[in-house]
Design a protein around this ligand. Sequence first.
Ligand code: VG1
Ligand code: CO
Length: 544
Amino acid sequence: MDVRRIPTEPFDDQRPGTAGLRKKVSRFREPNYLENFLQSVFDAAGDFRGATLVAGGDGRYWNAEALERLFSIAAGNGVRRIVVGRQGMLSTPAASHLIRLRGAAGGFLLTASHNPGGPDGDFGVKFDTANGGQAPEALTEAVWRRSLEIREYRVADVAAVDLDELGVQQAGPLEVEVVDPVADYAALMEQLFDFERIRALLGNGRFRMRFDALNAVTGPYAVEILERRLGAPAGTVVNAVPLPDFGGLHPDPNPVDAAHLVAWMSGPGAGDLAAASDGDGDRNMIVGRDMMVSPGDSLALLAEHAREVPGYAAGLAGIARSMPTSRAVDRVAEALGVPCFETPTGWRFFCNLLDAGRVDLCGEESFGTSSSHAREKDGLWAVLFWLNLVAVTGRPVAGLVQDHWRRFGRHAFARHDWFIADGAVAAGIMAGLEGRLAELTGQALAGARVTRADSFTYTDPIDGSVSAGQGLRVFLDDGSRLVYRLSGTGTQGATLRIYLERYLAPTADHGGSGPELTAALGSAAARLARIPALTGIEAPAGII
Ligand code: VG1
Ligand code: CO
């Protein structure tokens, strides 16, 4: 085989963030930029000669070009076969499942997830290991170190591949197997959920549902599963065709970017359930009638009712949530008598626990939930879980949430995102607050008193690896909590996230939205970190 070694110079900005490497499309298109990063992954992740890898993307702008380069670098590094979704498309959870199903050595996911797409938008690469999970921190750090010293990458000439044609094609030294991106995933969903009961619900002529794929990867999955297999009326899935620029929509399922869905779910003509997913299909937003289900509540509720769903009828071994996620699920875990783990932000931190069989259900406040069926978060899976619950309990979405609050109390939650153009200023704010943490205990804050404040360090219970600096936490004596951390998925400036949580007892008045109930806590949190004083910015750029 003819492998060419192409000389290159390192780039200094290829450190993967919370989930892969994300940059502006224009940066990724610079000569050698993508190639350097891919070669750094091959160098750091081990020997892939003779191996099978999975590849696919969310269909965003530049997906096809990036895939071509991936093929030639994979071939240059001795990969034997690439399993790729038709037209280069694979959702992140479907890719995770495919890696596990095929026993592949890993996979490349070409996506910047919920970041905007198009020529002026973002591009990204996530790398999954053989367990179908995102590369652990030790590996992403090794990739970054390698990217700083790389001097050449290896390519082999690969013939053009017809990504519309299913089956195996020989492309130079590489076998490329084009698969239906939906089939294996849909079959897995049929094993986990009671399709018969859901079909009865969706086809009863009364239940009205809308799923918004936001012109991103989940459209074909949702049409096949919800409309074809479960009999939902045609048109239930909207914005169902993946487009390179997502048709100008921002594929981030949250009440701000998908406000139209929240609007459809209120007032006299409201539907019964609305849902959306993100660019690469791993996030979910669930809306009931006049009820935006907070992701922390969603996780808690799925845990509470897991036994009512076929795939989880045997119960859960344990549950995990990312640290900033509300502690609603902790109360459920306690009631179920199963352990609840608290991990840093990012799905990769759940994977060891899932592999070891210690947990079956995981979730993040950022609209991410999934289970041991995959090693990535899974948007459509969460939607099917909710449909299954509504079908077997006969309760509406809002009723299920209110029942939960009456049993466990409500963890009102919101996230304030402060956009700070100068990353050094944002880092300074975090460092300043960290330096003052020790003095905070006993201080008055938003009508309560600080009981404890610290910087979160995680020790992985399976491999003992330690991840420090994972966010600053301030606990109050009325059960409230503030968490501060810097986003690791943006491509310009810095986003300082403040997570606000307030507990309302089972008998309390549960009225109001998460942002309303935590507004006072939010202003106190901003002042505590001196954000307005140090930036001149008076209000967060986004409240979710
Ligand atoms: C955000 C979320 C985090 C999520 C990550 C990847 O990270 O907060 O919970 O795991 O995005 O999501 P950050 O560092 O910006 O807060 V996505 O859907 O890649 O796949
Ligand atoms: Co995503």
